[in-house]
Design a protein around this ligand. Structure first.
Ligand code: ZN
Ligand code: ZN
Length: 342
């Protein structure tokens, strides 16, 4: 193809617009419906995927991509945790500096992750490969608006689904003891704890991440990107560092890393994985501990208030039963049925 013909080919690809997305079909959102002739900035990237169509249309593609990217996301943090203990420039951001990650703890989490992938995710993936039809790849990329908004909405759905799942797996003792408690063996998370999960939890999380974008009839590019993005912010929630550019420092209603780290310290708080609006609504939000183990005044207030409530509860129970009670704090209560790693 000559240079002119090639330019003409891409020109036609960029400007050939026929599809209308879910968001653009909502009354009032027509303004975001691109008229024919609107440039799609993601088209060159999508052309690369179309060039590899034989591979990317396979239902195995997003799963293999997720597994590979997960290792790429967590390994730098393993290096920092293992070899960077003296690096002050990064260690000053550690949320629980008194509990550094150990090789034994990292190896334990790596082995369970590997085991879960081989024993559960691999057979599910192969079954999907055999029985699910190939993904139909549209010729046109999503608009940037669709790409971003669909992912944000899918994230809100995932966040809500996991909140319900998570809350019930803390409140029902059987579910906590036999399923979610596995994840809470680590009080000070590190990157590999992200998928240190009971297989049932891994399958539930995988299902939420895969199906949430379906609601919005997302483009395959948006769908794949969402799966990787949700995994990236899940890893971010577990690295155990409070870095200046992390979204909890600038995004409204974002819980993120410091809130989830606190959830591992005080398991009956901060049930939302990403945002914090339901925790605020339900009164289960606890302010996060910050870089260097710093406890901000709002966290000290929270701890003081909860210590007082616990004392009141204890006195009330003692006066009813006539016995002297030793009421444990939330963490110790949860540990009674766990085998903590750190
Ligand atoms: Zn966690
Ligand atoms: Zn939990």
């Amino acid at each position: 193809m000559g240079a002119n013909a090639e330019m003409w080919y891409y020109w036609n690809r960029f400007w050939e617009l026929k599809d209308v997305s879910f968001i653009q079909s909502i009354p009032g959102m027509e303004i975001f419906r691109p008229a024919p002739g609107v440039f799609r900035i993601l088209q060159p990237l999508w052309e690369i995927a179309l060039g590899l169509e034989n591979y990317v249309k396979s239902p195995l593609f997003p799963i293999v991509l997720s597994m590979c990217l997960y290792v790429v996301m967590v390994m730098p943090w393993v290096y920092i945790d293992m070899y960077g203990r003296e690096w002050k420039w990064i260690q000053k951001y550690k949320i629980q500096p008194d509990k550094p990650a150990t090789w034994a703890g990292i190896r334990k989490a790596m082995l369970l992750t590997l085991w879960n992938h081989l024993l559960y995710l691999l057979p599910i993936s192969v079954a999907q490969w055999v029985w699910t039809p190939d993904t139909v790849l549209p010729k046109i990329a999503p608009t940037l608006w669709d790409f971003c908004v669909n992912q944000y909405l899918a994230l809100a759905v995932f966040d809500f689904e996991y909140y319900i799942w998570h809350f019930s797996h803390h409140k029902v003792r059987f579910l906590y003891k036999h399923v979610h408690g596995v994840h809470h063996q680590y009080h000070a998370p590190h990157s590999w704890v992200t998928q240190y999960l009971h297989p049932w939890e891994l399958i539930a999380v995988g299902t939420f991440a895969t199906t949430s974008p379906w609601i919005f009839s997302s483009h395959p590019m948006t769908h794949w990107s969402f799966m990787q993005f949700s995994m990236l912010i899940s890893v971010e929630a577990h690295i155990g560092y409070d870095l200046p550019l992390m979204p909890h420092n600038w995004a409204p209603f974002w819980g993120g890393g410091i809130k989830h780290d606190m959830h591992h310290q005080k398991p009956l708080t901060n049930f939302q994985p990403f945002f914090n609006w339901f925790d605020r609504l339900m009164g289960t939000e606890c302010p996060g501990q910050r870089a260097g183990g710093y406890k901000p005044p709002e966290l000290l207030d929270w701890e003081k208030k909860h210590a007082e409530l616990r004392l009141l509860k204890r006195k009330e129970l003692e006066s009813k039963s006539g016995l002297l009670l030793n009421l444990l704090d939330d963490q110790a209560e949860e540990d009674l049925i766990l085998d903590p790693v750190n």
